[in-house]
Design a protein around this ligand. Structure first.
Ligand code: C5P
Length: 203
């Protein structure tokens, strides 16, 4: 395996990027970074009263382990701080160093293939219909005891997608050379197998 082999995985909220990225990383023995966690950690600090830019510049590895980063309120706050250029700039070096580590890395997010790692060896763009994504997120939140209605979860996912796609800085879009995988009608196993096949073809 060549040093610094990078896999970029982007896509809208709740498309299955996290599950796929973990599975691809485990299969190839690569490190994995969920870059959404960086924005969630900043979003959580803003909910606690900090200013977004100060929070992003002062982010610490321990902040990524905070217990409440996976709540709907933090997700919305994350997508609001993510439109701020200085916030994105403050998080850039950490992501690029992670991507360049020896032994290979998988990064998942919104702008990995377009901005963070434009030279990634493999770029995947994972999609699914908004209905399917909201259904999956609803099931995941319910299992964790978070009782939002399905309609609320769907509205949250759509609001976040719109903000992520329409922002000026690093908007959510597939890189020109990304391979698209629509997981709407795929099982997790099928989606993982497709992703692994794409990475294998580039090694
Ligand atoms: O991936 P996740 O849903 O945890 O991301 C939370 C929010 O962080 C996204 O809605 C998006 O606004 C932002 N984000 C981003 N760029 C990334 C990863 C996440 O703007 N690379």
């Amino acid at each position: 395996m060549s040093a610094g082999f990078t896999v970029a995985i982007d896509g809208p909220a709740a498309a299955g990027k996290g599950t796929l990225s973990k599975a691809v990383a485990a299969h190839f023995g690569f490190a994995h970074l969920d870059t959404g966690l960086l924005y969630r950690a900043v979003g959580a600090k803003v909910l606690a009263g900090e200013s977004p830019i100060k929070a992003a510049r002062g982010l610490d590895a321990r902040d990524l382990e905070a217990a409440d980063l996976r709540t709907p309120a933090v997700a919305q706050s994350a997508s609001k701080v993510a439109v701020i250029a200085e916030v994105r700039a403050a998080l850039l070096d950490f992501q690029r160093s992670f991507a360049a580590r020896s032994g290979g890395a998988v990064l998942d997010g919104r702008d990995i293939g377009t901005v963070i790692c434009p030279d990634a060896h493999v770029k995947l763009f994972i999609t699914a219909s908004a209905q399917v994504r909201a259904k999956r997120r609803f099931a995941e939140l319910s299992a964790r005891g978070i009782e939002d209605s399905f309609d609320q979860v769907l509205a949250d996912v759509q609001a976040r997608d719109a903000r992520d796609r329409e922002r000026v800085e690093a908007p959510l879009k597939p890189a020109k050379d990304a391979v698209l995988i629509d997981t709407s009608d795929l099982s997790i196993e099928q989606a993982v197998a497709q992703a692994i096949a794409v990475v294998d073809a580039q090694r």
